[in-house]
Design a protein around this ligand. Sequence first.
Ligand code: JF8
Length: 237
Amino acid sequence: MRIDVISIFPEYLNALNLSLLGKAQDAGLLEVNVHDLRNHTFDRHKTVDDTPYGGGAGMVMKPEPWALALESVLETSPAAQKPVLIVPTPSGEGFNQSAAYELAEAEHLVFACGRYEGIDERMFHWAREHFWVRLMSVGDYVLNGGEVAALAMVEAIGRLVPGVVGNPESLVEESHGDEGLLEYPVYTKPSSWRGYEVPEILLSGDHGKIAEWRKEQQAERTRTRRPDLWFKHQNMA
Ligand code: JF8
């Protein structure tokens, strides 16, 4: 899979070269390229923003640097079809695990990380001629720009690319997550730590009883911490 990220703060994306996704890039499973939007400006000040028509607070990103940056990415796109353009925005559709699975099927993803009050709306109309455009939000809270949201989405999508997670069993375990329940609590050695004990059942060796206990823990956690998920789960079962 090929991923391009465009930002005025490309250093934000350096974290993508660490850990699992860094290794996946070394192994050639994933290619991540980060681009500085300011390289696609022509004035002395490398201007990417301007005041909003109609007035109001803050600044708006000009469309032309975006079109130039996106055109330069298109020139090297490996995709047979239109690449997917993901625009992080608090007014987008919710990004969740099923969106991650869907996007993990794409050959080429491009992330457009905005700043300020957002990007001139006409950029999206233009982009639809060349990309499959998805406006996506990572949650109902306010960030200062799209970079942190892009980091989260690239990590969630990238780990689903075949071969990126070394032990695919760790992806299968999560399909319990697909069942709509939170994970059960986990423990490791020592069995007694600072006066806190590992639940006895986990030391019993009775795998049937352990599975049953874990399922109860999942249900109880989900009911108390995520009543929204619990409600959905009940309507599934
Ligand atoms: C932004 C550009 C976001 N869940 C989310 N909260 N805030 C954002 C976000 C994304 C882009 C920009 N401000 C300026 C906030 C997402 N995705």
